[in-house]
Ligand binder design. Structure first.
Ligand code: FAD
Ligand code: 2HG
Ligand code: ZN
Length: 510
């Protein structure tokens, strides 16, 4: 490994030659082969600006047959490949580490079919999640997942990362809603598992291997997915609670009192709110008069506006009356609901505006979850007393942000800030450490502490974002050696030359 933590280039891989470029052009035509440095730059850099590759070429196939021809050639030549969707991944999985060939699904953006009786959508892998949601909305359906990156991420990327998102609580994971998929293996073989059946017990369910495989087993070219009916009534509330302990009590009450219509239960701490108010354009505090340590976004989705609204109102009255919730507001219209979601969904974007971000996407028993944030604050405050505060700055110092999208200023709290937010209902914490610049001394204070802490609580070091490059060496914190060994055997069976997304997911062989 180099000092920067980037693995050295595997010398067994060939480098792209002019003859390869000519072959790629013969398959895709000139428009499908990107070599111009200016056009190529975004394919080499990830969403956070944290990971940078040095590929000489990005390929934009339009069909499965083209993907098959490209991968067959790369495999024969032993050229390493990175599948890339919307490039919104947060673990460095979607960009080359060195000079791997980028195969982008950007031009594979056709809806193949929609069955309005069963709600089954079949689409090419490069369709943008939000476009698909708009497409099925015309038939009264919605996509079974929702995330802040919906305007850019691709359905193939979602499946490849097994993305969770804001409604997993309601619709479950993609392991349940993906009915079938088509993938091209490293040697160009097309694996047609594009079934639309709800029930199919004919042997091993091979599609599950590709869900969450992060491009390491093959390139997903199409997906069949079960879409639920679009809810006719959606209500959103934003609540302030005095502690994480109480947030959990409110969750238990929400499950009991809201029952089948509860569709999201999200939380953010005050640090996340303050950072977002200051750095996210258009951010508006839903409870400007209330300074609480934690906030919740609770959503219901159902089919009867009067019934659902009444249920949520009664729930709010009860939890406020009992003193569990300090203050709360129910969105009165779509604009207010969007404002509430804008805060929660926009934390990631706001943090990016602030500078460097160290992201830890962990799951564990809910009761232990927030202790990790507190322990991290303490740890960084003692390691960097001038730069990090053990607790966030007093709200008066930092509130009233303009939401101007401007980068860090001296009024934006201490340079190093620790924020905790995420999918409380799914036991998934997003621990984010924001700093002015990436710094190895800071990283060494955070890692492996954060992974060890998570393992001690029998948690997962990757709840929903995947392992990518960032955590390729960390799988052992959450999986036993026998499981890792089996994963290596599966990888070797499907991709014997190891060309698919090398350096990612699994640690290098010892
Ligand atoms: P990319 O980033 O392009 O790729 C991600 C990984 O999948 C890479 O390893 C890549 O090689 C592989 N891959 C991509 N396409 C294919 C394919 N067709 N076949 C095989 N492998 C492929 N994630 C969540 O889980 N929940 C969230 O709530 C969430 N919110 C986010 C909010 C923001 C603002 C951002 C920037 C990201 C968020 N993410 C979230 C992370 C990310 O958006 C998701 O992981 C998303 O599913 C990635 O899709 P993509 O098309 O951008 O994939
Ligand atoms: C979310 O839930 C995403 O908002 C992104 O998964 C989390 O930026 C993060 O850490
Ligand atoms: Zn998330």
């Amino acid at each position: 490994r180099l000092a920067s933590g980037v693995p050295e280039r595997d010398v067994r891989f060939a480098t792209v030659q002019d003859a390869d470029l000519r072959f790629f052009e013969s398959v895709l035509g000139q428009g499908g082969v990107v070599t111009d440095p200016h056009e190529l730059a975004p394919f080499n850099k990830d969403w956070m600006g944290k990971y940078q590759g040095a590929s000489r070429v990005a390929l934009k196939p339009r069909s499965t047959e083209q993907v098959s021809a490209l991968l067959r050639h790369c495999n024969e030549r032993r050229l390493a490949v990175v599948p890339q969707g919307g490039n919104t991944g947060l673990v460095g999985g979607s960009v080359p580490v060195h000079d791997e060939v980028v195969v982008s699904t950007a031009a594979m953006n056709q809806v193949l079919s929609f069955d309005a009786v069963s709600g089954t959508l079949t689409a090419q892998a490069g369709c943008i999640l939000e476009s698909l949601d708009n497409h099925v909305a015309e038939h009264g359906y919605c996509m079974p997942l929702e995330l802040g990156a919906k305007g850019s991420c691709h359905i193939g990327g979602n499946v490849a990362t097994n993305a969770g998102g804001l409604r997993l609580l309601h619709y479950g994971s993609l392991h349940g809603s993906v009915l079938g998929l088509e993938a091209v293996l490293a040697d160009g073989r097309v694996l047609d598992l594009l079934s639309t059946l709800r029930k199919d017990n004919t042997g091993y369910d091979l599609k599950q291997l590709f869900i969450g495989s992060e491009g390491s087993l093959g390139l997903i070219t199409a997906v069949a997915i079960h879409c639920p009916p679009r809810p006719l009534s959606v209500n959103v509330s934003y609540l302030a609670v005095p502690s994480f302990e109480v947030a959990q009590q409110v969750f238990v009450r929400a499950k009991r009192d809201l029952g089948e219509v509860l569709s999201a239960f999200e939380f953010l701490d005050r640090e996340s709110l303050l950072i977002t108010l200051r750095n996210l354009p258009g951010a508006k505090d839903p409870l400007p008069a209330c300074q609480a340590p934690f906030y919740l976004v609770v959503e219901t989705s159902g089919s009867n506006a009067a019934h659902d609204g009444e249920k949520l109102e009664r729930f709010l009255e009860d939890v406020m009356g009992e003193g569990l919730v300090i203050d709360g507001v129910l969105a009165q219209d779509g604009t207010q609901a969007r404002q509430m979601w804008h805060i929660r969904e926009g934390i990631t974007e706001a943090l990016r505006h602030r500078g460097a971000i160290y992201k830890y996407d962990v799951s564990m028993p809910i009761h232990a979850m927030y202790q990790l944030v507190e322990d991290m604050r303490e740890r960084l405050a003692s390691a960097f007393p001038q730069q990090a505060a053990a607790v966030g700055p007093p709200p008066s110092e930092d509130s009233g942000g303009s939401g101007s999208g401007s980068s860090s200023s001296s009024r934006d709290g201490p340079p190093i800030r620790v924020a905790g937010y995420g999918h409380l209902g799914d036991g998934n914490l997003h621990l984010n450490i924001s700093a002015p610049a990436y710094d190895e001394a800071l990283r060494h204070q955070i890692e492996p502490f954060v992974y060890e802490w998570t393992a001690q609580h029998r948690g997962s070091v990757s709840a929903e974002h995947g392992l990518g490059l960032m955590k390729a060496g960390c799988i052992g914190y959450s999986k036993p050696p026998a499981a890792i060994q089996l994963m290596r055997q599966i990888k070797a069976a499907l991709d014997p030359k190891g060309i698919m997304n090398p350096y990612k997911v699994l640690p290098p062989p010892e």
